[in-house]
Write a protein that binds this ligand. Structure first.
Ligand code: PRX
Length: 658
């Protein structure tokens, strides 16, 4: 049974345990009241929350300004500072409370109280200013998963600089594209990181990125994470601690307009290079704050571990900002779940008394393979809420997570959202009855519907486009430097701008069941979801054709038991197909490494098929659905009569996999 089929036939419902019902701040009645308020007064609902949950230096009087739709502004005459909201506001009551517990790859542990975090962020904010960084300047952060990454992000927010975190697994080429698109003045990196017992060079990639571009970068601050020496370019590169020398532990946060961009985060689309998703200050922080309260019931006694890297949106909203805004303790981890063994996550949950654990279905599926004996060796009794994010979770993995990790007492909160939405959009509250594989209902103040391609409403159980009808505070504000792409990508339905409705088109297909629960079916565009990581087919194709031996390439995904989707590439070589097996094996290796160099290791194709021509219609269009069938190793039952040369399908049948 395929994953989609098994989701379609899943009908179990899990009610919240009595324990959960008694423990959480929000019960069914208070949740119902929120829904009612939001549906009666959408803007008033969000505005009241913004006043209640955030600290404003200048209170706002305007809730939503939609005069420039589809650009929406929230609380736009108010001023605040995100770092103040995440740190300073807690100092009076929680200065000695732990803000961050950090476990390094080698198991060593570091802890930061709110006061210590404040001092470090202030010192680094002063450092950035002393290096010439001002409000509105862009700063690229390319760091391992260490507290200094969060300190750097918070310090940028404190001075009003716009950060763009680039995941440390992206290549020098990808890093350069992002540095250039953002027009960054400064890059913050580490000499290297440690993952799974290995050293991951980072500064080297920054050097390579800046060798051929990024001329606007004036300084590179380098945190020395390992003992490995890296070359430092005089006048440009500065050691983190040298730069901090003599800096004060106090910095007066720069209050910015609610609409001031807090960060850019690059993400893949179906066309072109990754786009810089621009997020705001006030609106973004509001949804980050409330979803940590609503979905995770975060409170003073919790230790919250979101395993995402800060290079992704999940690491922004559920590591660096949201939980700190709420005043919780977060756990950060530098390493990987399988080192030194596949019990690492569960040991860490035990050792640090984790109460709320949030990870990706890929990680659950990978760890499930090792059996339930591993988690059963650890005391997981402190856990009270589990979460998942990034891709559909198959009911089998859901049940395993629920039983073996959560001891059948913790709700599994399946959170649907995107880089562009800033925070959770569709997800259960801890007390919501759960259906494995469904992310339950849209949150209060989020108006999600299923429409057909023309924008017509669809009924129960009918699959269609997932669309959000009203603006919400943490929505994307723009694609950095590409206004046209913003409008075309997210508001393609006619009347979505002029007709008074928003109709933000998400890019996923989904359906709603009779209880109003959403079931996500997958992307409708050429975006792949590999291990919860978003990649564009076109990006990978462009990387492949940049290889001197490749004439043409097409990339599709196929289902994968662990990763959700795996990348299958169809390649036509300039040199013709070699019949020598060893030569072909070597070429597969070479092309995979090439893609890793061009984009990053996450984009390496799992299998590569070679042929003399891609299957195209007579008008030259690549028939991707045929490639998908071949990638799955299935028999071609589709009509192939429109193909220019049907014989090419035979050549592609046998993939070269690793
Ligand atoms: O297809 C959906 C999938 O991930 C996409 C967003 O990817 P990204 O911007 O990288 O953000 C990932 C982390 C929020 C969505 O369009 N997706 C995300 N969460 C889920 C999901 N698919 C199914 N279920 C989810 N819970």
């Amino acid at each position: 049974m395929s994953k989609i089929e098994s989701i379609l036939t899943e009908s179990r419902v899990f009610e919240a345990s009595e324990n959960t019902q008694n423990q959480v701040a929000l019960n069914a009645t208070s949740i119902a009241q929120m829904y009612e308020k939001a549906s009666k007064d959408h803007v008033g609902f969000w505005s009241d929350l913004a006043r209640e949950k955030l600290v404003w230096s200048t209170p706002f009087t305007v809730g939503l300004d939609d005069s420039n739709a589809p650009h929406f502004e929230w609380f736009s005459d108010g001023e605040l500072n995100v770092s103040y909201n995440c740190i300073d506001r807690h100092l009076a009551t929680k200065s000695d409370k732990l803000a961050i517990i950090f476990e390094a790859d080698d198991g060593s542990v570091d802890r930061y109280t709110y006061k210590e975090l404040h001092d470090q962020v202030c010192r680094f904010a002063n450092t950035l200013v002393s290096q010439g960084i001002q409000k509105g300047d862009r700063v690229v952060i390319y760091m391992p998963m260490i507290p200094q990454a969060v300190i750097a992000m918070q310090a940028c927010a404190r001075i009003g600089a716009i950060h763009s975190v680039v995941f440390g697994g992206f290549s020098a080429e990808s890093l350069r594209d992002r540095i250039e698109n953002a027009g960054a003045k400064l890059v913050i990196t580490a000499n290297a990181g440690r993952r799974g017992g290995k050293t991951i060079p980072l500064k080297q990639a920054v050097d390579e990125a800046l060798e051929k571009g990024g001329d606007h970068v004036r300084k590179v601050i380098v945190f020395k994470r390992t003992n490995d020496d890296v070359p430092m370019q005089a006048g440009r590169d500065i050691d983190w601690y040298d730069a901090e020398a003599g800096m004060s532990n106090y910095h007066d946060p720069v209050m910015v307009n609610s609409e001031h961009p807090l960060f850019l985060l690059y993400t893949s689309g179906s066309t072109g290079k990754p786009k810089g998703v621009q997020h705001s200050t006030g609106g973004y922080l509001l949804n980050a704050h409330v979803t940590n309260e609503w979905m995770f019931d975060l409170s003073d006694n919790d230790v919250f571990w979101c395993t995402a890297d800060v290079g992704w949106i999940t690491g922004h909203t559920y590591v660096a900002y949201g939980p700190l805004s709420v005043g919780a303790t977060i756990l950060m981890f530098e390493g990987v779940p399988t080192y030194p063994d596949a019990g690492r996550f569960w040991k860490m949950c035990q050792d640090h008394g984790v109460t709320i654990f949030y990870t990706a279905p890929t990680a659950i599926r990978a760890l499930m393979k090792f059996g339930a004996e591993l988690p059963s060796q650890y005391d997981l009794s402190k856990l009270r809420i589990l979460g998942t994010v990034g891709e559909p979770i198959n009911p089998e993995a859901w049940i395993w997570y629920y039983n073996e990790i959560g001891g059948a007492r913790c709700p599994v909160i399946d959170t649907w959202w995107q880089t562009e939405t800033g925070a959770h959009m569709i997800a259960p509250f801890p007390v919501t009855p759960l259906k494995p594989g469904s992310c339950a209902k849209a949150l209060p103040g989020i108006d999600a519907v299923i429409l057909d391609e023309e924008g017509g409403a669809l009924g129960t159980d009918e699959g269609g486009l997932l669309v959000i009808k009203k603006p919400w505070p943490s929505m994307i504000r723009n694609v950095w430097g590409d206004e046209a792409r913003y409008q075309q990508t997210y508001f393609p339905l006619k009347d979505s701008v002029a007709g008074g409705e928003t109709l933000y088109v998400v890019g996923d297909s989904a359906y709603q069941d009779k209880d109003g629960y959403f079931w996500i079916l997958g992307r409708v565009d050429d975006v792949l979801n590999v291990s919860g990581h978003r990649l564009g087919t076109m990006e990978i194709e462009s990387a492949l054709v940049a290889h001197p031996k490749v004439a043409e390439a097409a990339v599709v995904s196929r289902p994968d038991d662990i990763k959700g989707e795996a990348i299958s590439a169809f390649v036509v070589l300039n040199t013709g197909i070699s019949h020598d097996e060893t030569e072909r094996e070597a070429l597969v290796q070479e092309l995979r490494e090439w893609v890793a160099k061009e984009i990053g290791a996450i984009a390496k194709p799992s299998d590569i098929h070679f042929g003399s021509n891609l299957p195209k219609t007579r008008s030259g269009k690549i028939m991707r659905r045929l490639l998908k069938t071949l990638a799955r190793g299935e028999e071609i039952l589709q009509d192939t009569s429109t193909l220019e040369d049907p014989s090419v399908l035979e050549q592609f049948k046998k993939p070269k996999s690793l």
